[in-house]
Design a protein around this ligand. Structure first.
Ligand SMILES: Cc1ncc(COP(=O)(O)O)c(C=O)c1O
Length: 414
């Protein structure tokens, strides 16, 4: 890659944004053929059946009551005290893992990923995640001089490939002093996969086994979709399994208010550590605050304040949860509709149970996706498959897309 004036520093900066390009095509199709004749499954946000962004009005009401100074004032680097106070409850609910917990505000879940990599890996290190993953992980890692390595997420029986996960951790730890693992669940992006209880147990057992030699393991639980993984209370039940781990295993939970509280653009999130060692927890606070100061400085104040107000007012919290429940159900209905239609059409998908996306593995994914354009259906080819944002399309569309996708795969791949 050549640069005119800029320095590449190992980064591949093409300037091409695939999602933006396809969503432009979808918008052109809407202008040409009308909204009702276009299925735009590119958007990673919850969209209603009329094509409008869903925004929790109960959260907006809280924002509207804020005073100018509450908007304008800086927040402390690590977050405002009332936000830090409610975070363990907001993130873990009734399922708080045992250990020392410290928190640092971040601009969305993205900030947690950046700070975790910057604070807990060395320059040049490999960060581990599954082959199916949210592509910005690569950008975030290479931007700060690290790279991403992957293991196959599913085995031939379409189960979580825990053997491959363990092998890859061991392989990396054989050449690195430590490892950062990014594990996105429940309701993984882009597959919609949620590990079972037994799988979570085995994941924790793997971490224990791989850490037995004393090397440092940082397990980042990217829970960006936890509030849309079916039932948001049950979705948290696995969290206590990540308490009481040995000292050389640091658990970091990446909280994002983008989806769960529809604060996408308000850049509100946090990273919370869980460790049996109070000094490691104190260090977490220190190093993550430093990393924040050296990148975005402080985070949006009103986002933090709004969450603190909601979690400190039972009536308000109930209102938000009741409002959100309707949207959780809307998404679950879309998910069920897609599953039934896929079964009927004989369409193989990655195993899924919730979340914003479903992924259909296929060869020639770009060509398959382009074939769908002919039916005014717009997904994203993600390398090895097509990702459909069920968060952005109606239940009716979820019933339609699988047969069209099966036909497109047949046309392209025979
Ligand atoms: C898997 C995953 N992690 C983290 C994020 C971070 O989102 P945000 O920074 O908007 O909170 C996203 C957003 O799409 C995501 O898909």
């Amino acid at each position: 890659m050549d640069y005119l004036f800029a320095e590449g520093n190992g980064r591949v900066i093409t300037g091409k944004d695939k999602i933006f390009g396809i969503s432009t095509l979808a918008k052109e199709a809407v202008a040409r053929d009308g909204r009702e004749n276009v299925i735009n499954a590119t958007i990673g946000a919850l969209i209603d059946d009329q094509g409008e962004l869903i925004v929790l009005s109960s959260m907006i009401d809280v924002l509207k009551e804020m005073k100018p100074a509450e908007f304008a004032e800086y927040a402390p680097i690590a977050g405002i005290p009332e936000y830090l106070e409610i975070l363990p409850r907001a993130v873990f609910g009734d399922y708080r893992p045992d250990g020392y917990i410290e928190a640092c505000a971040t601009p969305g879940g993205t900030g947690t990923i950046r700070n975790t990599i910057s604070c807990y890996s060395r320059y040049g290190d490999s960060i581990l995640t599954s082959n199916w993953h949210w592509s910005p992980y690569n950008i975030i890692a290479t931007e700060i001089g690290r790279k991403v390595e992957t293991y196959e997420m599913f085995n031939e029986q379409d189960q979580l490939n825990l053997k491959g996960f363990e092998e890859k951790i061991r392989e990396i730890l054989a050449r690195q002093e430590s490892i950062v693992i990014i594990f996105n669940a429940p309701a993984h992006n882009p597959t919609g996969y949620t590990p079972s209880d037994a799988e979570w147990d085995e994941i924790v057992a793997i971490l224990r086994r791989c850490g037995a030699g004393g090397k440092k393991i940082t397990m980042l639980l990217d829970i960006a979709y936890i509030d849309f993984a079916g039932d948001s209370v049950k979705a948290r039940q696995f969290l206590p399994k990540f308490g009481n781990l040995p000292e050389n295993i640091l658990v970091i939970t990446g909280f994002s208010a983008s989806k769960g509280f529809t604060f996408y653009g308000l850049r509100t999130g946090a990273m919370l550590c869980v460790t049996p060692n109070s000094e490691i927890a104190a260090e977490f606070k220190r190093v993550t605050s430093f990393a924040s100061r050296g990148s975005w400085s402080n985070c949006v104040r009103v986002g933090q304040l709004a969450l603190a107000r909601v979690f400190n007012d039972e009536a308000l919290l109930k209102k938000v949860f009741v409002e959100r429940k309707a949207y959780e159900d809307l998404l679950s209905a879309r998910c069920d509709a897609f599953r039934d239609a896929a079964a009927e059409a004989g369409l193989k998908t990655c195993p899924f149970s919730g979340g914003f996306f479903v992924t259909v593995p296929c060869e020639n994914d770009d060509a398959v996706n382009e074939e769908l354009f002919k039916d005014n259906i717009f997904g994203i080819a993600i390398g090895g498959g097509v990702r459909i944002a069920i968060s952005a399309i109606s239940e009716e569309a979820c019933r339609k897309v699988p047969a069209k996708l099966a036909a497109a795969i047949q046309t392209v791949n025979g």
